[in-house]
Design a protein. Structure first.
Length: 327
């Protein structure tokens, strides 16, 4: 059903800046709420309203979500290193406000609440098909608070308040609000600009998903059968490769002259997720591949779409947070 009103957190983020223009093309009415600390890449549109605001401002949120139908919640201090930069700040943004916001969303008559969690909630797993029934063993505060938010949201779903949780793999590919601090994007950026890839460990698995498929998944959930998504959790990440395999994939796209250098340092995070549930029960399947995400990044570098990609703080969450002294 189009012309529904969507309230969107995280528009200035990596995925959000890609997703909102898609929603506008599909004639959704979109209100975006963000601090815009990475700038604003979304062009003005008659169906778009922008609010500059802090997630922790519950009064502003309460007034802003009136008369909306759907909430898409992508905003957070993303990934483990960014969270660890200022744990108290990150906790306040990622978790402390969340239950109050879920309550007011339900009270305001929001019909559908879509929450972006993370596949990192599974922690370290040796199994090759980690599905939604596996135990959660988050090993970082970022992941632990994702779990807590999932638990909160699932307390409030009802026939009139449809709640869905997506656990995305790590997203990769080109976006106008680019991130170059995610595994595939890191490898591609460094390979393209230095001719060398540094691999820490290499045997650990990293599930990834093309940003185009991730956005398609969010769009899919807007109209999905509420009986199949209400109170449900879905993994979204169809390709699982080791870091070594990802490095070789990058090498094949950027060029054989790229050297792969192995380090003994080892990041213990390793997991191999299964997305059979979303495929079987909802019929959602990806259209794109990790390799095409690498190819899209190469085109962006070739065309100079990204300025000073090795150093520009706008592409690196930690650098940007330090620069603006977010508090």
């Amino acid at each position: 059903m189009k012309n529904q009103k969507i309230f969107f957190f995280g528009v200035a983020g990596y995925v959000g800046s890609f997703l909102v223009p898609i929603l506008l093309k599909k004639n959704y009415l979109v209100t975006v709420y963000d601090l815009f600390m990475y700038g604003d890449t979304i062009e003005n549109n008659k169906n778009l309203k922008k609010i500059k605001g802090d997630l922790r401002n519950i009064d502003l949120l309460n007034n802003s979500i009136i008369d909306h139908d759907i909430i898409i919640h992508l905003a957070c201090i993303s990934n483990d290193p960014s969270f660890d930069l200022n744990p108290e700040l990150s906790k306040s943004i990622n978790f402390d406000f969340f239950e109050d916001f879920v309550k007011i969303s339900k009270e305001q008559g929001i019909k559908r609440f879509i929450y972006a969690s993370s596949s990192s909630v599974y922690g370290v797993k040796e199994e090759k098909e980690v599905d939604e029934n596996f135990s959660l063993e988050p090993i970082t505060d970022y992941s632990k608070f994702k779990v807590k938010c999932e638990e909160i949201l699932l307390k409030y779903f009802s026939n009139n308040f449809i709640c869905s949780i997506l656990r995305p793999a790590t997203v990769c590919g080109y976006s106008k609000r680019q991130r170059l601090d995610l595994i595939v994007n890191i490898l591609t950026n460094i390979a393209y600009h230095t001719g060398k890839i540094i691999v820490d460990g290499g045997s650990q698995y990293r599930p990834n998903i093309n940003i185009k498929d991730m956005c398609d998944a969010y769009v899919f959930f807007l109209d999905a059968d509420e009986k199949l998504i209400n109170g449900q959790i879905y993994n979204v990440g169809f390709e699982n490769y080791t870091v070594n395999e990802l490095a070789c994939m990058v090498q094949s796209v950027i060029g054989k002259k790229v050297e792969i250098v192995k380090n003994k340092l080892f990041d213990q995070r390793s997991y191999h997720i299964s997305s059979k549930k979303i495929s079987k029960f909802l019929g959602f399947n990806p259209k794109f591949k990790i390799q095409s995400a690498i190819e899209d990044l190469k085109i962006a570098f070739d065309q100079n779409f990204l300025k000073d990609p090795l150093n520009n703080e706008m592409y690196f969450n930690i650098k940007r947070m330090k620069s603006i002294n977010l508090s």
